[in-house]
Design a protein. Structure first.
Length: 170
């Protein structure tokens, strides 16, 4: 695999595996078609991740970002460990975008933008969508109403969509 900074392999689950060309894949395209994993993009993504390909979630934000959770869960069902699954939506995209010094993991000096969930995704991968709080730039907000907690008592700003029925928000 080339080491140049201009070459950044990226896989979204919907990309056809034949479009990714590596000489060190464990099987040829013909063998892949005959394998049990051919119709399992998540299993293929796991193998590519193990070969050094940066695998990211590729959801487009359907239904308040739920598609990203569904895609992570699919990666777990395809054989990724919970930590590998989480990396597809956190540090991997940050690395791919060249922003891993600022975001993608919880470290001193990085931006404090994160979600707090009710559960442990390393134990139950489906806990990722049980969001209780959101931290944006170090300010903590309740997920249910976006009211600020701990860092102040400022009410959440009134946004255009707050009074709209969900089916009208597009």
């Amino acid at each position: 695999m080339p080491k140049s900074s201009s070459y950044r392999p990226l896989l979204f689950a919907s990309i056809f595996v034949a479009s990714v060309s590596f000489t060190n894949l464990s099987y040829s395209l013909e063998e892949a078609v005959e394998s049990e994993d051919w119709d399992d993009p998540a299993a293929i993504a796991k193998e590519l991740m193990e070969l050094g390909v940066i695998v990211n979630t590729g959801a487009h934000g359907q239904r308040e970002g739920l598609a990203t959770h569904w895609e992570m869960w699919s990666f777990a069902e395809g054989g990724m460990s919970p930590m590998q699954m989480l990396s597809t939506a956190t540090i991997n995209p940050a690395k791919y975008l060249g922003m891993d010094q600022d975001l993608g993991s919880i470290e001193v000096g990085k931006l404090a933008d994160l979600q707090i969930v009710d559960g442990n995704p390393l134990v139950d991968v489906k806990a990722t969508d049980q969001i209780t709080h959101v931290m944006v730039n170090g300010r903590l907000y309740r997920a249910g109403d976006l009211a600020e907690e701990v860092t102040g008592d400022a009410p959440a700003p009134k946004l255009w969509w707050h009074d709209q029925p969900q089916h009208e928000i597009r």
